[in-house]
Structures are given as structure tokens and as C-alpha cells.
Design a protein around this ligand. Structure first.
Ligand SMILES: Nc1ncnc2c1ncn2[C@@H]1O[C@H](COP(=O)(O)OP(=O)(O)OP(=O)(O)O)[C@@H](O)[C@H]1O
Ligand SMILES: [Mg+2]
Length: 228
């Protein structure tokens, strides 16, 4: 059983009178412990694919199965719950809540899910991403790399099986980006999380097990890599 499976996924958007086909029949399988990089030109559908894979949006046609559950059969509430528990999102611009401390930001998914006393888990994750000393700081007091570490800790707090990252190093200098990539790769190898990461960075893509090329909403053949 694959962790994530996309079958014949199509997604269009209406732009004025024009219909834009963002994804045009995408088939994709992701297993636990896989790090898959998704590359392709701007507008090729990478973010759309990530949003659909995480149940943030729905396809016009085709099926998306997360641990063999067809997302289209779930209600909006069930999809929201699945997202909170099974999927972690990491974005280019971090999306931390500016009025909450680092620790509160990381704990938020648990709070929203009604899980009490996530303190131990939050502390453990901040330690893992090297941010314990910033636990009580506000996001505005952090560097870009530190904000992304906090966002990664938040994405991991509910122990998701699938981590979706949309250009997580795109807004960071190359040294900081490499550190963030280390954190993500460690998560894949230590916990067997599946990572699907959109990137424009060839160096980042080289560390993946597989590289998927998206062009005009279609996937080209996957490149398998022997090493991470
Ligand atoms: N909400 C939307 N409404 C209308 N069109 C959209 C919407 N979201 C995406 N699109 C269109 O779908 C296509 C794919 O967009 P998408 O954001 O997935 O590309 P991308 O590969 O992530 O690009 P980038 O590298 O610039 O982030 C583009 O033509 C885009 O304009
Ligand atoms: Mg994008």
C-alpha cells in the first residue's frame, strides 16, 4: 500500500473567460520514507499538486488516496481532521502567527485538534530543529532560517505520515537552506515520514530519492536516485 496515490488527477481554474488546466492527468505514488522532489517551471502546477495531495483543494477528476482513503469521499470536516493529523505543510513564507510565541505556534495544531498537554512534544521538536532557545520569542524576532525551523516543528507536531513542502528553502540564503534541508532529510530517515518537496534548487533536488518533473500540468518520467 502506498502512503499517497494520485490517479489521473486533473484540476482546472477559471481565469476570467479562460479555463487554465493546472494538472492534466497526474499519476503518482509515494511510499513512507521517500523523499521526492517536485521540479518544473513556474506555472507548471507544482503548488496545485501539493494542495490537492494534502486535501487543501479537490481535483476535478481522478482520485487521491492517502493511506488508501479516497479524499473525495470525505466531508470537509473529515478532510480538515485528516490534514491536521496525517499531513504537515511547510511553505516558502513560513506562515507563522505573529502574535503567538514559537512554542505556541508549534503547539497550535494540537490545540486545534483538542489535544492537551503537548508541551513535552513541542519541547522535543524545538530541540530537534535546534530552536529550544527561541521557544518564548515571537516570530518577528527570528531570522528566516529560525522561522522556517519553527514552521517545520509545527508541521511535525502531530506526527504526520506525509510532509508537503512548497519551496521551503526558496526564501533563505543557500547555507541556511542547506540546514533546513538537513532537518527535513533527518525527519525522513529517522521517522519514515514521506516528504514531497517543491523546489527550484537543483542541489536540494539532488538529495531526494526521486525527482518528478512537472511541465504544463503533466509529469515526466521519474528519476530514481540511489542515494539521498
Ligand atoms: N486559484 C487559482 N485561480 C486561477 N488560476 C490558478 C489558481 N491557482 C493556480 N492557478 C493557475 O494554475 C497554474 C498552475 O499554478 P501553480 O501555482 O500550481 O504553479 P507552480 O508550478 O506552483 O508555479 P510557481 O513555481 O510559480 O509557484 C498556473 O497557470 C496558475 O496561474
Ligand atoms: Mg508554486
Amino acid at each position: 500500500m502506498s502512503l499517497l496515490r494520485l490517479e489521473g488527477v486533473r484540476k482546472g481554474f477559471q481565469r476570467g473567460r479562460e479555463q487554465v488546466l493546472a494538472l492534466d492527468g497526474v499519476d503518482l505514488c509515494l511510499d513512507a520514507g521517500d523523499f521526492t522532489a517536485l521540479v518544473g517551471p513556474s506555472g507548471s502546477g507544482k503548488s496545485t499538486l501539493l494542495h490537492l495531495a494534502g486535501g487543501l483543494d479537490r481535483p476535478d477528476a481522478g482520485r487521491i488516496l492517502l493511506e488508501d482513503r479516497d479524499l473525495s469521499t470525505l466531508s470537509a470536516g473529515e478532510r480538515a481532521q485528516l490534514r491536521r493529523r496525517q499531513v504537515g505543510f511547510v511553505f516558502q513564507f513560513f506562515h507563522l502567527i505573529p502574535t503567538l510565541t514559537v512554542s505556541e505556534n508549534v503547539e497550535l495544531p494540537l490545540v486545534l485538534d483538542g489535544v492537551r498537554s503537548g508541551n513535552g512534544r513541542v519541547g522535543q521538536l524545538l530541540d530537534r530543529v535546534g530552536l529550544s532557545h527561541r521557544a518564548d520569542h515571537l516570530p518577528g524576532e527570528l531570522s528566516g532560517g529560525e522561522m522556517q525551523r519553527a514552521a517545520i516543528a509545527r508541521a511535525l507536531v502531530a506526527r504526520p505520515r506525509l510532509l508537503l513542502a512548497d519551496e521551503p528553502t526558496g526564501n533563505l540564503d543557500s547555507a541556511t537552506g542547506a540546514e533546513i534541508l538537513d532537518v527535513l532529510c533527518d525527519q525522513v530517515s529517522d521517522d519514515g515520514t514521506a516528504l514531497l518537496m517543491v523546489t527550484h534548487d537543483i542541489g536540494a533536488a539532488k538529495r531526494a530519492n526521486h525527482v518528478l518533473h512537472l511541465r504544463d500540468g503533466r509529469l515526466a518520467k521519474a528519476t530514481a536516485r540511489a542515494t539521498r
